[in-house]
Ligand binder design. Structure first.
Ligand SMILES: CC(C)(COP(=O)(O)OP(=O)(O)OC[C@H]1O[C@@H](n2cnc3c(N)ncnc32)[C@H](O)[C@@H]1OP(=O)(O)O)[C@@H](O)C(=O)NCCC(=O)NCCS
Length: 153
């Protein structure tokens, strides 16, 4: 759907892997994340997500360029489905102008209307600007769950 400012929001698919990977790389290269992605490792990450039948995503396009993405997986649950939001980002020079909020709205309405999703959840760094973004848009910290990690010995 086209909007007045020329941004288009459309579902993402496996054939978008390179397009999405270039946005993803640029978004997470700088502070606060400073993640050392190459195009190859970014394409691999996105392609693995997108190969699953449970993959769902939205990409924001402006002209011929992607400027933002939101990607994840649906999971079956007792009533309806859950959605794990695995990656969401807006190009650094476009952050803070409302694109992320609109992208999340598109994703939520699509998941609710097409995939019977009743709840979305995600992992992010505690106290980060990203957490503030999500808290300002209806997400709440879980008071029961923790993230547990272990390297492979
Ligand atoms: C977090 C992110 C997706 C938000 O999208 P956005 O388009 O910048 O956000 P919007 O303009 O719709 O909303 C602005 C809100 O986001 C918050 N925010 C978070 N990160 C921000 C950033 N880098 N720049 C500007 N605002 C940011 C602001 O505090 C603001 O909150 P408020 O409306 O309650 O005052 C985007 O900033 C981004 O891609 N950041 C880098 C990657 C990242 O952190 N992704 C999430 C990892 S889990």
């Amino acid at each position: 759907m086209k909007t007045a400012d020329d941004l288009t929001f459309r579902p993402a698919s496996a054939s978008d892997a390179e397009l999405l990977a270039s946005v993803f790389m640029e978004c997470f290269a700088g502070p606060p994340w400073n993640e050392p992605w190459s195009l190859e490792t970014a394409v691999r990450r996105i392609s693995l997500f997108a190969a699953a039948p449970t993959f769902r995503g939205i990409v924001a396009i402006e002209g011929s360029h992607a400027v933002a993405l939101a990607l994840g997986q649906i999971e079956g649950w007792t009533q309806g489905n859950l959605f794990l939001l695995q990656e969401m980002c807006v190009l650094p020079d476009r952050q803070g102008s409302g694109i992320g909020s609109r992208l999340l709205d598109h994703l939520l309405s699509r998941l609710r209307d097409h995939d019977d999703v009743i709840e979305m959840y995600l992992l992010t760094d505690a106290g980060s600007e990203a957490e503030s973004f999500y808290l300002g848009r209806g997400f709440r910290r879980s008071d029961r769950k923790v993230v547990l990690r272990m390297g492979t010995p």
